[in-house]
Design a protein around this ligand. Structure first.
Ligand code: HEC
Length: 343
């Protein structure tokens, strides 16, 4: 069958594989409906005119047999049209239920006035970014009421209900920025659900994700440290106000001396802090349980450096730790101050 989708010129741009597959069937159904409309309205008008001219019901002489055939034909045609409409979209409907193997997953969280898109590397953005030729699974949930994820350029409109996960996938084809919205009125904040989908070339997508995921961009080392303290779970066990929780407080930790469970005295310098984060249970501080989770493989050197810089801001010995031979800390107060003034 010719691709009637070509006729769909007034549609939003078709920017995904499914969009391209759906426009054809949509136009077929439209055309079939148009033919029915023209034939029926045409016949009605013709009959009215014949009735006016001849003063009797048209087809008045039709036998019972012919009229039965006509009725059967009409019912069969109507059922046929229904099947055609269902069949045309069924392939895409089924295809959409399962993403291709090895698709990345973006977790979509809908809420009144807010969309969150969580990328495979953990970055969360308020716009959806995808790459051409790269199928991506969308796993969708709602925090409050019923919403829908509607992206006309992908011919996508999926209900997102609280308490259950909806799943679909897309493979974008044309780079550009398209509309994203909810089609279900959700009260407060409904207008803010209008966002953008940005379709990148794959290389641009990788560059975008790397750039926005860089927590160091636009932040001082100390600020990154504080961010990590809050986002990596440290705050659950360590306070910044001197109170001990599961672990010792971060207040006046840097540069201070501690006794370990094995009776040694250690100074919390850069090297010790790094060791404590990567392999916390090697030297356990007296009075505490060895329950801290090791962050080896989770926090790299740069992040540990940032946490250390944050710890220095919390300590009265943030500058030169007493009794510690620690070259890295010597000129730190200067950098700390200039960086803070600079912001
Ligand atoms: C599950 C609770 C828990 C979490 C989460 C946790 N810690 Fe700890 N941490 C402890 C405990 C308990 C100790 C003391 C025992 C020890 O030294 O292993 C400790 C010790 C430390 C020490 C050495 C303290 C000293 O006085 O010398 C540092 C530094 C430290 N943690 C940093 C961190 C950082 C940074 C994070 C987050 C990336 C973190 N911790 C997350 C429980 C935790």
């Amino acid at each position: 069958m010719t691709n009637l989708g070509m006729l769909a010129t007034w549609f939003p741009e078709a920017a995904s594989t499914h969009a391209a597959q759906l426009d054809g069937p949509f136009m077929q159904v439209m055309m079939a409906a148009l033919v029915v409309l023209v034939v029926f309205v045409g016949l009605a008008i013709a009959f009215v005119m014949q009735f006016k001219r001849e003063g009797q019901f048209p087809l008045g002489s039709v036998t019972l047999r012919t009229s039965l055939i006509l009725r059967v034909l009409w019912v069969v045609a109507a059922i046929g049209m229904g099947l055609l409409a269902a069949g045309a979209g069924f392939g895409v409907f089924v295809d959409r239920t399962e993403a291709p193997f090895a698709s990345g997953t973006i977790i979509v969280t809908a809420a009144q006035g807010d969309w969150d898109f969580a990328y495979p590397n953990g970055h969360v953005a308020d716009t959806l970014h995808v790459a051409t030729g790269t199928p991506v699974r969308l796993l969708m949930g709602s925090k409050d009421v019923m919403h829908s994820l509607s992206i006309p350029a992908f011919r996508l409109d999926e209900g997102v209900a609280p308490g259950r996960l909806a799943e679909t996938w897309v493979e974008p084809t044309v780079p550009g920025t398209y509309d994203l919205k909810s089609n279900i009125y959700s009260g407060e904040g409904f207008a803010e659900l209008r966002r953008a989908v940005v379709v990148h070339e794959p290389a641009d997508y990788d560059a975008w994700l790397a750039a926005v995921s860089d927590i160091f961009a636009g932040r001082t080392l100390e600020e990154v440290g504080e961010l990590l303290y809050n986002t990596q779970g440290c705050a659950v066990c360590h306070t910044t106000n001197g109170a001990a929780l599961v672990g010792p407080s971060f207040l006046n930790l840097y540069g201070h001396e501690f006794e370990t469970e094995s009776g040694e005295t250690i100074v919390a310098n850069d090297a010790y802090i790094k060791e404590s984060i990567l392999t916390p249970n090697v030297s356990v501080i007296k009075g505490f349980q060895p329950v801290m989770t090791p962050f080896a493989g989770i926090l790299d050197d740069k992040k540990i450096e940032a946490i250390t810089a944050f710890l220095k801001t919390l300590s009265d010995r943030g500058g030169a730790p007493e009794g510690a031979v620690d070259e890295t800390a010597v000129d730190t107060p200067v950098t700390t101050e200039t960086q803070q003034e600079g912001n």
